[in-house]
Ligand binder design. Structure first.
Ligand SMILES: Cc1cc2nc3c(=O)[nH]c(=O)nc-3n(C[C@H](O)[C@H](O)[C@H](O)COP(=O)(O)OP(=O)(O)OC[C@H]3O[C@@H](n4cnc5c(N)ncnc54)[C@H](O)[C@@H]3O)c2cc1C
Length: 413
């Protein structure tokens, strides 16, 4: 058994972990990143939000994205249950900047690039290294224990440990902090097609959200290599009402949704049907002495507004800045992460209020804006990801439809 010492250990090499590690290395910190898988590996979460641009700029990866061949996403459009297609919501109509368009990314390539960028910045990246446990001195986390693919075990020590293990939520699970969101009890069934129909011109890379009965929805995301990602999200009881066979459920819902059916008609189905349950959750705390949680390891929110990768990137930025200052101050206790946690919760609560409105049967974006034209800029802010600011007037108006967005249980209120 070997042991080593670092400024920070980041567990998990998805967007949250890679961002935290890269930015800490940019600050000159000694960072070890431990990733269980060997990249490239499959991952869901392909549609980005425009506000990711700012983190990409900081990470120095915009050039890769520009050249990656990833379809440009200029808009989102909504299709009603009757098949009526909304005006595409073009980001460039309100944003006069490069970040007015974003990308639909193939996660296997994107995540590999992010990890390579971390390594190029100086992070010690180890793949095939699964963290099995954290090491403690009293209540303080001081390191981790890994197990490699060949069964070898090692301990690694650091001043701070960052849990970026995604939906595995290593620490929130071990500490009993992970709480499901009772208002967002959905499942998703998803797969891929080649050669399916793409809308022309500017709309070629658009995300389409097509409603199904009972406020469920399909996503339709054009990707590289003429591939389209398609998934259906709805309440567990609705989707499983006749059968639990994902293939049968997917095709039954396609049959009922004209826009999706017509777009898939010319496509060839590729790959397995995948299922994700236990949809939305949040940890009651975002940090403890010597550690913090980032990205899905802290919280996962229903993906209808494509907020997951953005929150992973932004959370990674906030975590790296907080840890850098904490290491300078020589204080990595839980209290150091108070502002970090407040910021994370603020961003998440804003998205969650929007998600609750989306699922409310009385809510409609068009009607909302005609009733509250003054709130259009704030709604645009929320839809592009600019949520780490005061959006109270918008949140109050949305709450009039849905009631106040009560969070899942928190330890800090
Ligand atoms: C159905 C569905 C659709 C989605 N669609 C979108 C979308 O369109 N747009 C969007 O932005 N987001 C979407 N998301 C969300 C998105 O997938 C996540 O929010 C995002 O991947 C979070 O990044 P992360 O770095 O926190 O976690 P991950 O990307 O999950 O990375 C975590 C990493 O940690 C590693 N790991 C786990 N446990 C250990 C361990 N013990 N030791 C070492 N390594 C470990 C894993 O192998 C993994 O590589 C969707 C999610 C779902 C479920």
């Amino acid at each position: 058994m070997s042991t080593t010492m670092h400024d920070a250990i980041v567990v998990g090499g998805g967007p949250a972990g890679a961002t935290t590690a890269t930015l800490l290395a940019q600050y000159g910190r000694d960072v070890l990143l431990l990733e269980r898988e060997s990249f490239p590996r499959y991952h869901i979460g392909e549609s980005l939000m425009p506000h990711t641009w700012f983190t990409f700029e900081r990470l120095g990866v915009l050039d890769w994205l520009e050249k990656s061949g990833s379809p440009r996403k200029h808009s989102v459009q909504f299709v009603s249950t009757s098949g009526k297609v909304s005006q595409p919501f073009y980001f460039f109509k309100t944003i006069k900047h490069d970040w007015a368009s974003t990308w639909q990314i193939q996660r296997s390539d994107f995540d590999k690039m992010m990890l390579e960028n971390a390594a190029a910045t100086g992070v010690d990246v180890r793949q095939g290294a699964a963290v099995r446990d954290v090491l403690r001195e009293g209540d303080r986390v001081v390191g981790v224990r890994t197990e490699s693919v060949d069964g070898g075990s090692a301990t690694h020590h650091a001043k701070v440990v960052v849990d970026a293990t995604g939906r595995d939520a290593l620490l929130a699970g071990k500490l009993g902090w992970k709480k499901r969101d009772p208002n967002l009890n959905k499942i998703a069934i998803f797969t891929y097609f080649k050669g399916a129909l793409r809308d022309p011109g500017l709309d070629e890379g658009a995300t389409t959200v097509a409603y199904i009965r009972d406020k469920g929805w399909f996503w339709y995301i054009p990707l590289v290599d003429d591939t389209v990602g398609v998934g259906v999200v709805a309440e567990h009881d609705y989707l499983y009402r006749e059968t639990r066979d994902p293939e049968a459920i997917f095709w039954r819902e396609v049959d009922e949704c004209r826009w999706i059916r017509e777009h898939l008609a010319q496509g060839t189905h590729q790959g397995p049907m995948r299922v994700t349950g236990e949809f939305s959750y949040r940890s009651t705390q975002a940090a403890g002495d010597g550690f913090c949680l980032v990205g899905d390891a802290f919280s996962f929110l229903d993906p209808v507004f494509s907020s997951g990768v953005y929150l992973a990137l932004k959370g990674g930025e906030l975590a790296a800045d907080t840890i850098h200052a904490a290491l300078d101050a020589g204080d990595v206790t839980a209290a150091t992460f108070t502002q970090y946690e407040q910021d994370l919760r603020h961003g998440l609560d804003s998205f969650r209020q929007l998600v609750l409105a989306f699922y409310d049967p009385t809510f409609n974006f068009g009607e909302f804006i005609s009733q509250h034209p003054d709130l259009q800029p704030q709604l645009v802010d929320a839809l592009v990801g600019n949520v780490f600011k005061d959006l109270r007037p918008l949140m109050d108006a949305l709450a009039a439809y849905t009631g106040p967005a009560r969070r899942p249980a928190t330890a800090t209120g």
